[in-house]
Design a protein around this ligand. Sequence first.
Ligand SMILES: C[S@@+](CC[C@H](N)C(=O)[O-])C[C@H]1O[C@@H](n2cnc3c(N)ncnc32)[C@H](O)[C@@H]1O
Length: 188
Amino acid sequence: MELKKEFGERIEIYGINYERRWNLKIVEKFARANKIFPENDIKKNLPKIYIMDAGKKINFKSSSFDFIFSQASVQYISDKAKFLEEVNRLLTKTGKAVIEIQEIKRKHPAEYQNLFEIWDNNKIVLFRNYIRRFSNIKIKKGKWGKDCSVLIMKKSENFKLNLKLVNFLDLNQINSKWWGTKAVFVVR
Ligand SMILES: C[S@@+](CC[C@H](N)C(=O)[O-])C[C@H]1O[C@@H](n2cnc3c(N)ncnc32)[C@H](O)[C@@H]1O
């Protein structure tokens, strides 16, 4: 919404979310509390919210977004690799995405710490190391330390992460104090 404040009618903003309870009312409350727009302009400046699973095909045309932003969310998505490929598909040629990824959650028991677990030739490769081979992606440290990365992504033709999702587990279903979806991938 900060971008909408800056660029007004020159841009449109969209949001996607999996859960209906995270809806436009919360966004409106946030805009009001943070005084992002004058009171009378709030409603017309809100994003269009679509309820969908970001780990599946995202129902927008290819090359339709100049900027894609995601924070504190990828850890909940099951097919995190599919999500990143979809972000690439949706970006325009000159577009840019900023995607925060919490990879490791150290407070969980050992087997549930790695939320984006990648197996290559029977060895685990950290996501932040695996992703370095893709030249369209730069990786920076996130604000929560080394276990949380921020990907700065440009569009790449035929971008494929070559990861096959073999299983995933919503950790909150085991313990209400744990969060995120642990997803396990093998390199194809
Ligand atoms: C911790 S909140 C972060 C919300 C917001 N990005 C922020 O920074 O305040 C995580 C969000 O991810 C959404 N989410 C979880 N799984 C998702 C999925 N598979 N597809 C799309 N959104 C998802 C949840 O509904 C929730 O709104």
